[in-house]
Design a protein around this ligand. Structure first.
Ligand code: XMP
Ligand code: MG
Length: 195
C-alpha cells in the first residue's frame, strides 16, 4: 500500500466486480436505445473505460471537463466548461459517468447545462457517493459505493493531480493535505480541476 494511504476502501477486485454489476444493469435498461456515455474529465476516466467495456450495447463515448474555483479538497460550485461535447445530443440518451459526488455542486451545474440541450433522457451514474449533507441534491440512478465523508484517492481520483493511477480506492492521510487549507482564504482562489 502507498505510504500516504491510511486505509484501502475498495480493492481492484472489488471495484471490478461492482463495475460488472453496473454494466449489466445499464445493459438491461438501455436495450434498443441510442446511448452516449458522458465522462467527466479527468477523474472518471478509469471508471468509464472499464464500465464501457462492461456494457453490452452499441454506445458512444464523449467527455466534458469542467473547472471549479476552490482548493484541492473542496469544490465551490462556481464552475466553468474547459472542454465541451463534440456535437448535439437532442437525439441521444445521455448517461453522465462521475467518479464521485461530494457536495453535489459540480454535478448540479453539469445536469443543468445538459438538460438545456434537450437529450432524449438524462441519467447519472457515479462510482462513489459520499455520505454527507449535500449542498445540491441531484437524483442519482446508478451508484457503485456509498463511502464515509473522508477524502479518497485512486482509480482516477486525485489530490493535486496525483494518486490517480493507484489501482484501488483509499483514504488519503489527512497529514498529506493538512496545512493547505489557508489557500481557501486567498482573495483570488486558484482554479482547480474539479472532476
Ligand atoms: P462536488 O463537491 O462538486 O465534488 O460534488 C465533485 C468533485 O470534487 C472532487 N472530489 C474529490 N476528489 N477525493 C477526490 O479525489 C474526494 O474525496 C473528493 N471529493 C470531491 C472530484 O473531482 C469530484 O468530481
Ligand atoms: Mg479532483
Amino acid at each position: 500500500m502507498h505510504q500516504d494511504i491510511s486505509e484501502v476502501l475498495y480493492s481492484e477486485a472489488q471495484i471490478q466486480a461492482k463495475v460488472q454489476e453496473l454494466g449489466q444493469q445499464i445493459t438491461a435498461d438501455y436495450q434498443g436505445k441510442h446511448l452516449l456515455l458522458l465522462g467527466t474529465l479527468k477523474g472518471a476516466v478509469p471508471f468509464i473505460a472499464d464500465l464501457a467495456r462492461a456494457i453490452e450495447l452499441p454506445l458512444e463515448l464523449d467527455y466534458m471537463a469542467v473547472a471549479s474555483y476552490g482548493n484541492s479538497t473542496h469544490s465551490s460550485g462556481v464552475v466553468r466548461i474547459l472542454k465541451d461535447l463534440e456535437g448535439p445530443i437532442d437525439n441521444k440518451h445521455i448517461l453522465i459517468i462521475e467518479d464521485i459526488i461530494d457536495s453535489g455542486l459540480t454535478l448540479a451545474y453539469l445536469v443543468d447545462v445538459i438538460r438545456r440541450r434537450n437529450p432524449l433522457s438524462l441519467r447519472i451514474c457515479t462510482l462513489l457517493y459520499k455520505e454527507r449533507t449535500r449542498l445540491k441534491e441531484v437524483p442519482v440512478d446508478y451508484t457503485g459505493f456509498t463511502i464515509p465523508d473522508k477524502f479518497v484517492v485512486g482509480y482516477g481520483l486525485d489530490y493535486s493531480q496525483y494518486y490517480r493511477n493507484l489501482p484501488y480506492i483509499g483514504i488519503l492521510k489527512p497529514s498529506v493535505y493538512e496545512g493547505t487549507e489557508p489557500e481557501e482564504q486567498h482573495s483570488s482562489p486558484a482554479e482547480t480541476q474539479a472532476i
